[in-house]
Design a protein around this ligand. Sequence first.
Ligand code: FAD
Ligand code: NAP
Length: 534
Amino acid sequence: MAEQSRQDIDAIVVGAGFAGLYMLHKLRGLGLNARVIEAGDGVGGTWFWNRYPGARVDIQSMEYSFSFDPELENEWRWSERYAPQEELLRYANHVADRFDLRRDIQLETRVTAAVWDEQAQRWSVTTDLGDEFSARWVVMATGCLSTPKAIDIAGIEDFAGPIYRTFEWPREGVDFTGQRVGVVGTGSSAIQSIPVIAEQAAQLTVFQRTPNYCAPAWNAPITPEQYSDWDANRDAYRATARGQMVAALFDPTERTAAEFSPAEQEAEFARRWQIGGLPMMSLFADVLTEPDANRVAADLMARKIHSLVDDPATAEKLVPKTYPIATKRLCVDTGYYATFNRPNVDLVDLRATPIERITAEGVRTTAREIPLDALVLATGFDAMTGTLTRIDIRGRGGLALKDKWADGPHTFLGLTIAGFPNLFTITGPGSPSVLTNMMMSIEQHVEWIADCIAWLGERQLATIEASGEAEAEWVAHVAEVAEPTLFPQADSWYMGANVPGKPRVFLPYVGGFPAYVEACNDVVANGYRGFATG
Ligand code: FAD
Ligand code: NAP
């Protein structure tokens, strides 16, 4: 290894997804010397890694884009209602070029440790290449869904054919023509890729442990009229979106299920089905709080699934039964249910016949052996905390973040952590993040952090740290707002339930984007209440 020397720098940003890119731009705007460290060999984060067939956004592209620069908005045109991964990756690269960001981005480098140096009042950041930085500020722009869950299927190493993970899809693509393919998982990644793989493969077997609810994308090119309307009303649309719980144009209703007659409930469901996408889940105001309302929505969806899938037994397997609707992220699909009408597609219900092990030839369930040429794993992520706890982050007194978070994440606003001065997390646990249009949440966090650093600079203050009391209050509040909802009833990744041994805690803030922004702004308006500065 080449000898590396310690470099002094104002700020280290970890990750070159949308969060890291915008953070670098803002830090530069403050006149700071900042460096982004990124593990991948390109920018784009989620859209750099997840190249599986069918990958695309589930928030409409025009909304899922930066709003901080009108020129950027004017010059970029999305092709489709839900942009595909290649286009999102192009957009990330365009942002990097347009703002001349690349000269401060170090690729193919993984940050392995960040240790607070009490003496110097700085972070000592090290990488897998042996770099060592001394940084005043560290911003973890490491993503909520950036570390795949460890493979927990017996015998996986015995499989003789290729194994593809949706998160690390080969760049050159995969040709499944003539092959017998198995897909394990039925979350959003699987649901987007299954219809595309089914068109190519000779035979596709879907291994489903828990079915998901899917809403149709009705994806289509964006028409010139739609763009004219967006351009003319963009600011108003963006403002309306920011006023919504999910920071997106979701057509929420204030009517509870009981306020609709059964015929109206059906009509409303049919209307939303025709619109498609995530707004399906805003069917009734109380869908996420009232079990009866949730049941009505679930029954409507079950009937829809039966109407789309020819074989009643297969349809029944595709109907979720173990959790309330919308307590796992709704999937936005293109032809998912209809895929099961194809003669070359088979659905294996792993609850009825679990996988015993993977063998050299295929998958052996308790019922039979299914021979396969290739296996696709769409088995999800160690979400929201997994990427952070894999870095050896040590705060005051050498306290390791993974120890501090042993019983679940403790943060103030999902932005800062008591005992870890001058360290920020973008869309960290305890912020609305994954329950919102992430682009809006990323912008809000990046701007909050930049304003905070500027505020400190104006006062010649070198450190800021959340108090233990403010953090404890926020953690309690995050739990308190989740508790009356139906979310905790699902074994979801929101609850950490998909990763064996992970504490069962509702990770994002469910109080909604507007309430959250108000809480962040209130802290600032009160001189960074809840923080100690030095
Ligand atoms: P990421 O894009 O995850 O980027 C984080 C980067 O940090 C990665 O490139 C990673 O390599 C790097 N990194 C992590 N640890 C280290 C380390 N130790 N050292 C160096 N680099 C490191 N959100 C939506 O709102 N709408 C959607 O439609 C949507 N679709 C999604 C589809 C998929 C397949 C996935 C996985 C997520 C999706 N999300 C969606 C969530 C998505 O993650 C966010 O929208 C957004 O892209 C996150 O950007 P980010 O910069 O915060 O994180
Ligand atoms: P996921 O939703 O966690 O789905 C993982 C799937 O794998 C689940 O069906 C899970 O079953 C199954 N699984 C995991 N381990 C298994 C095992 N050992 N044996 C059998 N099955 C197993 O992961 P994801 O699909 O990657 O999506 C994660 C999140 O990323 C989404 O919720 C969404 O926020 C985002 N995303 C968005 C889009 C989009 O539409 N734009 C696309 C992809 C991802 P269980 O449920 O039984 O555990």
